[in-house]
Design a protein. Structure first.
Length: 515
C-alpha cells in the first residue's frame, strides 16, 4: 500500500551534520563543473557543435556546464521519437508510471544536498532557497504519483437497468514542456512528471540559464526506469526550437512557465490549427505576477514587516509570487515602512555558497540590466528608502531596494520587475487597499495582514488572486497544501500541486454498454 502524502521537510541547517552534508554536496558539484552534456532523443545521446554555456550568476567566470543545443532538425527527430513512444507508453499501467516517480523521488532524496548545491551554483540560490526547491521537486513526484493512482479507474457515473456506463481518463499525446530558470528543479520536474505519469510523452526544453539541473533530472528518471523515448531532453532557443514545437501539428499540449509576454505568444501560436493537426492544442500556462501584501490598521506590524521582507527579497525577488507591492493603511504606513527598511538593511547579500547569505545574485546580465533600469524609474516615481545599487563586476548582485510613497498607477507598481524591488503605497481604508491590490493585470498571489475578521472575509471574496494568504507572506506555496496558479495575465490558473492538475494532461472518455 502507498503511504499517505507528506510534504518533504526542509533541512535544518543549524544542525551541524546537515550543514556538513550540504558542504559535501557543494564539493560533489564542484568536481563536475564545466562538463559537457548531450541532448537525449529516443534514448540516444547527441552532441552538437553549438552549445548553451551555463554560468554561475554569482561568479561569471565559472562555467557550470556546456550543454548541447537543439535545432529544428533535432527537434523534429525528438518529436518523432516522442510520437512513436506515445503509442505504447499511453497503454502502460498507471501503477507502473507512478512507481517510476516514487523511485525517482527516492533517488533525489538520497542526493538531496547535491541537487540543492547544483541550484546554488547554476541558479545562484542561497542554501535555504535551494533546499526548498529540491524539496518541492520531491513533493511534486510524490504527490502526482498518488494523484494518478486515485484517477486511474476514472470516476463513477450513473448506470441504469440493462446498461453500464464508465467514465475514465486517457492521455493526450506529445507534450512540450517549457520550464523556467527561477525554480529550475521544482517546476521543471513537476511539469515534466505530471505529463509523464498521466501517460503522455514529453519534449523537455528547459530554460537556457539552467539546463544542467534538467539534464541531471533526466538521468534520475532513466535510473528510476523511465524507458527511452518517453522523455526527450532538447534545450535550445525559444525562437527556433520553442516556436517550431509549439506550431507542430503533432504537439498535443504545451506546458509553459515563464513571462507574460512569452506566455501570450505561445497561447496565440498554439491556437492556430496547422495542416495535418487533428486537435485543438491545450495550453497550461503559469505566467507573471505583481503581488501585493495589504497591511490593515488592526494588524501585527512586526509580522507584516517580516512577511514583506521575506516575500520581497527571498531569492532576490525572482519569484512570480514575490511581494513587489505593499499597500498599508495610512494609520500604520510609516511604522511598517520604517521597520521594513530596518530589516532590509540587515540582510546579507553575497555569495550563495556561504550559509549566512540571505540573498545571492540575479540570474544573468539581461536581468541585472532590466532591474537596474526599473530602479532608475523608481527613483523618479517614489522615494528611495534603501538599496538601489548594483554591482555586476564579478556576479549579478543588486541590493534589496525599497521605494516609498509610490502612486498605485506608477510603472514600478504595475509592471513585473522580477528582482529585489518593493514599492509602498498608502490606502485611506481597507476597501481602498483592496482596490489598489486589484488594480493590476495580474492575479497570482496576495496576502493580507489583519486581525479584523470582517476585513479578512471581505478579502476572501474580493481580493482577485489565485493564491491568497492571511497573516503570512505571499510566497512559499507547498505542493498538496496550496495548489498554485493565478488569474488574469498570471496564466491559465492551472493550480500546480493541486487535486485537478493532472486532469489538464488527460481527456475524458465515456463508454456505455447495453446488455
Amino acid at each position: 500500500m502507498v503511504q499517505p502524502y507528506k510534504h518533504e521537510p526542509f533541512t535544518d541547517f543549524t544542525v551541524e551534520a546537515n550543514k556538513k552534508a550540504f558542504e559535501e554536496g557543494l564539493q560533489t558539484v564542484q568536481a563536475y563543473l564545466g562538463q559537457e552534456y548531450p541532448l537525449v532523443i529516443g534514448g540516444e545521446r547527441i552532441m552538437t557543435e553549438d552549445k548553451i554555456v551555463s554560468i554561475n550568476p554569482a561568479n561569471k567566470t565559472e562555467v557550470v556546464g556546456r550543454v548541447a543545443k537543439a535545432n529544428k532538425d533535432l527537434a523534429e527527430k525528438a518529436m518523432q521519437a516522442a510520437d512513436a513512444a506515445f503509442k505504447w507508453w499511453s497503454k502502460t499501467k498507471p501503477e507502473m508510471r507512478a512507481d517510476i516517480l516514487f523511485r525517482a523521488a527516492a533517488i533525489v532524496r538520497r542526493r538531496k544536498h547535491e541537487f540543492s548545491a547544483l541550484l546554488v551554483k547554476e541558479a545562484g540560490k542561497p542554501w535555504k532557497e535551494a533546499d526548498a526547491d529540491t524539496a518541492e521537486a520531491i513533493d511534486f513526484m510524490e504527490y502526482y504519483a498518488r494523484q494518478m493512482l486515485k484517477l486511474k479507474d476514472g470516476i463513477p457515473v450513473e448506470s441504469r437497468p440493462g446498461e453500464t456506463n464508465r467514465f475514465f481518463y486517457i492521455p493526450l499525446g506529445v507534450g512540450v514542456v517549457i520550464s523556467p530558470w527561477n525554480f529550475p528543479f521544482a517546476i521543471m520536474a513537476g511539469t515534466t512528471v505530471a505529463a509523464l505519469v498521466t501517460g503522455n510523452t514529453v519534449l523537455l526544453k528547459p530554460a537556457s540559464a539552467t539546463p544542467v539541473i534538467a539534464y541531471k533530472f533526466v538521468e534520475v528518471l532513466e535510473e528510476a526506469g523511465l524507458p527511452a523515448g518517453v522523455l526527450n531532453y532538447i534545450p535550445g532557443s525559444g525562437a527556433e526550437v520553442g516556436d517550431y514545437l509549439v506550431d507542430h501539428p503533432r504537439t498535443r499540449f504545451i506546458s509553459f512557465t515563464g513571462s507574460r509576454d512569452v506566455g501570450i505568444r505561445i497561447y496565440e501560436r498554439a491556437a492556430k490549427v496547422h495542416p495535418g493537426q487533428l486537435w485543438l492544442k491545450r495550453v497550461i500556462a503559469e505566467m507573471g505576477g505583481k503581488d501585493t501584501i495589504v497591511v490593515d490598521k488592526e494588524a501585527d506590524l512586526e509580522l507584516a514587516a517580516q512577511s514583506i521582507v521575506a516575500s520581497a527579497f527571498g531569492f532576490s525577488g525572482q519569484k512570480c509570487s514575490a511581494c513587489s507591492r505593499v499597500v498599508a493603511l495610512e494609520e500604520v504606513y510609516d511604522q511598517v515602512l520604517n521597520r521594513v527598511v530596518e530589516l532590509t538593511k540587515q540582510l546579507k547579500v553575497g555569495n550563495p555558497e556561504e550559509q549566512s547569505t540571505f540573498m545571492g545574485p540575479v540570474i544573468d546580465q539581461s536581468a541585472y540590466n532590466k532591474i537596474m533600469e526599473y530602479i532608475e524609474i523608481g527613483k523618479q516615481e517614489g522615494k528611495l528608502m534603501t538599496g538601489g545599487e548594483g554591482d555586476d563586476s564579478k556576479g549579478f548582485f543588486i541590493q534589496p531596494t525599497v521605494f516609498a510613497d509610490v502612486d498605485p498607477k506608477a510603472r514600478i507598481m504595475q509592471e513585473e520587475i522580477f528582482g529585489p524591488v518593493v514599492a509602498f503605497t498608502k490606502a485611506k481604508d481597507f476597501d481602498h487597499a483592496l482596490d489598489i491590490a486589484n488594480n493590476t493585470e495580474y492575479g497570482l498571489t496576495g496576502a493580507v495582514i489583519s486581525n479584523n475578521r470582517f476585513n479578512l472575509e471581505k478579502a476572501r471574496e474580493e481580493f482577485h488572486v489565485g493564491n491568497l494568504y492571511f497573516n503570512r507572506g505571499c510566497t512559499g506555496a507547498i505542493v498538496g497544501y496550496h495548489p498554485f496558479g493565478g488569474f488574469n495575465m498570471s496564466g491559465t490558473d492551472s493550480k500546480a500541486g493541486g487535486p485537478d492538475y493532472l486532469l489538464l494532461h488527460m481527456q475524458a472518455k465515456t463508454v456505455s454498454e447495453m446488455f
